[in-house]
Design a protein around this ligand. Structure first.
Ligand code: ZN
Length: 378
């Protein structure tokens, strides 16, 4: 009965939707076609597939997803979306938003350290000092993998805004920094609040000197030199990855055989050397944006994905909080069946609300009708 045992070399193999290498099923991991930071956990089940290999899942998560999400435009738009939702939902704790790197001569600052300025929804400020740990790219708050692995000597100095609600403000701070190995020190005394309850440590001598320096130099109204991280290269790589994953989930593994999928694959793996592939529908950052499209394809507080025909392609528009949009073609009409293309003739819209764990799908004409003729005449 030796044929009952299946030799390892004939185990069924699956093609990873990103690297296209055939790998054993045991090497496949669950992939959210829409990253969780954009609300992908709330997406319909068809957008959660075991079709990404372990290697792609972790390396693209860091080099493509994180590089997109942690650059300035998506970060600020996601922060504003969460703040919008927190106005009507107490359970939503909006994150502090990093506004970039600032150049400060804080006493004791090492050459290998960098300062970031974070701002909360009630005008609280945090100066984060952390080691420079990124080899190629800037990550808001540091490289997410290095942060988990090393106990970095990072410290976050929190400065309360007197007109803010202290408990709310401290909760936002605690939530924003809870997954970071960082020493938290309050630069402000807040009446009736025990700093230890919010994870603050007592300042040592160096911390006290740094806090005093920040009060005298940062909050004194002088000019601060800084830099906003902006890396449009990752917009394209990220959109190629998103388009590939969404189309794979909609049209199945055979989609990877199309000429158009090969173009997206080339765009995903293009790492700066040589000419970048020309992706239809992918809009460079400085191209004009249709303001109507921006306003009427997304709810405030949401991340939306609209798929609709545009010429010879199916076009995907990603919209965050009506604030920024990114577009890319996901498939060529000529490479889809009439049924596959037909599903999107009117446009399909998916609305995701990560912070409130909710979502809905709607045909685009119904959505427009709802927005143009709201019930109750609001
Ligand atoms: Zn792979």
């Amino acid at each position: 009965m030796e044929n009952l045992q299946v030799p390892s070399e004939v185990q069924p193999e699956t093609k990873c939707m990103y690297c296209w290498i055939l790998k054993p099923a045991s090497d496949m991991t669950l992939e959210h076609a829409i990253p969780q930071s954009l609300g992908g956990a709330q997406a319909p089940q068809r957008y959660k597939v075991r079709a990404a290999c372990r290697k792609c899942n972790s390396s693209l998560g860091l080099h493509v997803d994180a590089s997109f999400e942690k650059s300035w435009l998506p970060t600020t738009a996601l922060g504003e979306a969460a703040r919008h939702l927190s106005k009507t939902n107490d359970k939503v704790v909006p994150p502090l938003v990093c506004t970039g790197i600032i150049h400060l001569d804080i006493p004791g600052l090492l050459e290998t350290e960098v300062c970031e300025w974070w701002i909360g929804s009630q005008a609280e400020h945090v100066i984060l000092i952390r080691p420079v740990d990124e080899e190629r790219y800037w990550y808001m708050g540091g490289n997410p993998i290095a942060l988990k692995q090393v106990s970095a000597n990072a410290r976050a100095y929190y400065f309360f805004n007197e007109s803010a609600d202290p408990n709310r403000s401290l909760l936002e701070f605690k939530e924003s920094f809870k997954r970071r190995k960082v020493k938290k020190i309050s630069g402000t005394k807040i009446d009736g609040i025990s700093p230890a309850d919010y994870g603050f440590s007592a300042p040592d001598e160096a911390d006290s000197a740094a806090i005093e320096w920040i009060w005298n130099n940062v909050f004194s109204g002088g000019n601060i030199e800084g830099a906003v991280p902006f890396n449009s290269e990752f917009d394209i790589r990220f959109m190629c990855k998103l388009a590939l994953a969404i189309a794979y989930c909609e049209f199945g593994e055979k989609y990877l055989e199309t000429v158009y999928a090969k173009l997206l694959h080339a765009g995903l793996w293009h790492r700066g050397e040589g000419e970048a592939p020309d992706i239809p529908g992918a809009r460079p950052f400085n191209a004009p944006v249709d303001e109507t499209l921006k306003k009427f394809t997304c709810d405030l507080g949401a991340v939306s994905l609209l798929i609709m025909p545009a010429g010879e392609y199916l076009q995907l528009t990603l919209n965050i909080h009506q604030k920024h949009t990114w577009t890319i073609a996901i498939a060529a009409k000529s490479e889809l069946t009439a049924e596959e293309f037909g599903r999107f003739t009117d446009g399909k819209l998916l609305m995701l609300f990560g912070p409130t764990h909710s979502s809905y799908e709607i045909d685009f004409p119904d959505y427009l009708s709802r927005r143009l003729h709201p019930k109750g005449g609001k």
